[in-house]
Design a protein around this ligand. Structure first.
Ligand SMILES: *Cc1c(COP(=O)(O)O)cnc(C)c1O
Length: 471
């Protein structure tokens, strides 16, 4: 075989490529080994192409572009910002609450610098990481003491493991909930080593059901917020005050998993009321747990408030060490909680609240501004209309009440049905800032409640369908 007859002979060597000025600049950016690995992959692919198309010209420019693209994709973060146009504000799969600017700054400040995480600057002694938020939470909730763990599931787990291991916990059958992502009260309970003692029925539980269940093995009476479902019709639940009284009569603690646990009266902002930890404590609840990244609007965390004695027990459980939060969470949580000292400013400063109370008129005028560029981008591809809709709060908060909102409804033109629709939805997810909507009734729906960066959204519309997914 002559050299020209062998198509592979035309391939440049890795060494010769490394001398190219464009490759040298890639090395500046990504380092030698990543660039070499990429070049090898590009060359391997080109070799495969050449074996089926031996007459293909091998263009050096194309090869370098291919190598650069590989590096760009490799180094692009997997975890990235998206537009949440699903209509669910606190979307668990899309990261729940957005942090306030103050919280973001607080995290940045402690990220790349040492910080007094467990160090008491006043007396140079070892500190407790909970000290950074303990006083603040006590001030805001009226609790005697507080502690923070990784999330509310961890908070419930720690509570049960500490106070009810090898003992019984009395819970109403109507509260044996499952929250998305495999949090089930009975499962958490058994993993924590506690025995579930169900009382009442799905729709009705009475005080005497609880009273009759108390025995020598009872450790706790527990109430769980139903969060993501509602029971309507012939129902009965026992008010917290009565449960607390019963528990205390029997010498037991009464604890409550509040789920979302906002710190303010949401009805002030025109939203449906949610029980607060303050109210639960005022009714005699000894320990309350709630999430940091649901209605509170902070980082993922599980917050426990209650009596000094019980919080002290939780903190002494070795599992607390395994479930503790890091400095980023604490910084974000402290900054978020501080915003609650200025309740009048909360609607502006706390993104979660700002999005939840956004008016339908505001969202409609946004829809009207966005419609023309959307139509221009999808001309020949789809028909777009503006429709009223209802957003959900999400994350198990206020499951029934829904917020009036406005959507863009996008229907692919012509035939192709479901396939065309899926392709369109994919094209939006392939954008530099992926757009996540909802597919419903043969249309792609964008609820605009959570769209704040209008300019960024519009600026990438021209790329819809052109930024084909890289292999
Ligand atoms: C959301 C929720 C949980 C789980 O909280 P995470 O912070 O997601 O771990 C537990 N209990 C209730 C009642 C909830 O609503």
């Amino acid at each position: 075989m002559t050299e020209t007859a062998n198509p592979f002979a035309r391939l440049p060597s890795v060494d010769s490529l490394l001398a190219h000025p464009d490759i040298a600049s890639l090395k500046q950016c990504y380092g030698h080994s990543a660039v070499v690995a990429s070049l090898r992959s590009s060359l391997t692919e080109l070799r495969e192409t050449l074996s089926s198309q031996p007459d293909l010209e091998c263009d050096l420019g194309n090869l370098i572009t291919d190598c650069r693209q590989r590096l760009t994709i490799q180094f692009k973060p997997s975890l990235q910002p998206v537009f949440n146009l699903t209509g669910t504000v606190l979307h668990t799969n899309l990261g729940r609450a957005l942090l306030a600017d103050e919280a973001v700054e607080a995290v940045l400040a402690v990220l790349a610098s040492p910080c007094n995480l467990e160090y008491n600057l006043a007396d140079a002694r070892r500190g407790d990481r909970d000290d950074h938020i303990d006083g603040l939470i006590r001030e805001l909730t009226g609790a005697q003491a507080a502690t923070v763990v990784n999330n509310n599931a961890a908070a419930v787990f720690l509570l049960l493991n500490t106070l009810a291991m090898r003992k019984e916990v009395i819970v109403s059958r109507g509260e044996l909930i499952e929250i998305g992502g495999a949090f089930r009260i009975p499962d958490i309970m058994s993993r924590a080593g506690a025995r579930l003692r169900e009382v009442g029925t799905t729709n009705r539980t009475h005080l005497k059901d609880y009273a009759e269940a108390v025995g020598p093995r009872t450790a706790l009476i527990m109430k769980v917020h139903r969060s993501n479902y509602a029971i309507e019709g012939f129902t009965a639940t026992v008010p917290e005050g009565q449960l607390a009284e019963l528990a205390h009569d029997k010498g037991l603690p009464f604890v409550e998993d509040l789920g979302s646990g906002t710190l303010i009266d949401l009805s002030v902002h025109g939203l449906p009321k949610e029980p607060t930890p303050q109210q639960a404590l005022a009714k005699g609840t000894d320990l309350v747990s709630f999430s940091g990244d649901k209605l509170l609007g902070g980082p993922q965390a599980g917050i426990l408030v209650g009596s000094k004695e019980l919080i002290g027990k939780l903190k002494r459980n070795p599992l607390k060490r395994a479930l503790r939060v890091d400095k980023m969470t604490l910084a974000a949580l402290e900054a978020t909680l501080k915003l609650y000292r200025s309740p009048e400013l909360l609607a502006r400063q706390l993104p979660t609240l700002r999005l939840l109370i956004r008016t339908e008129e505001d969202i409609r005028s946004l829809a009207q501004r966005i419609l023309p560029p959307m139509q221009a981008a999808l001309i020949n591809q789809a028909e777009i209309s503006i429709e009223s809709c209802r957003s959900q709060i999400g994350s198990g908060s206020l499951p029934v009440d829904r917020l009036p909102s406005v959507s863009l409804v996008i229907k692919p033109k012509g035939k192709g049905g479901g396939k065309a629709l899926n392709r369109l939805a994919q094209a939006f997810r392939d954008l530099p800032i992926p757009v996540v909507g909802r597919l419903e009734n043969g249309a792609l729906r964008f609820d605009l409640r959570c769209l704040e960066d209008e300019a960024a959204f519009i600026s990438q519309l021209a790329m819809v369908g052109h930024g084909a997914r890289q292999p």
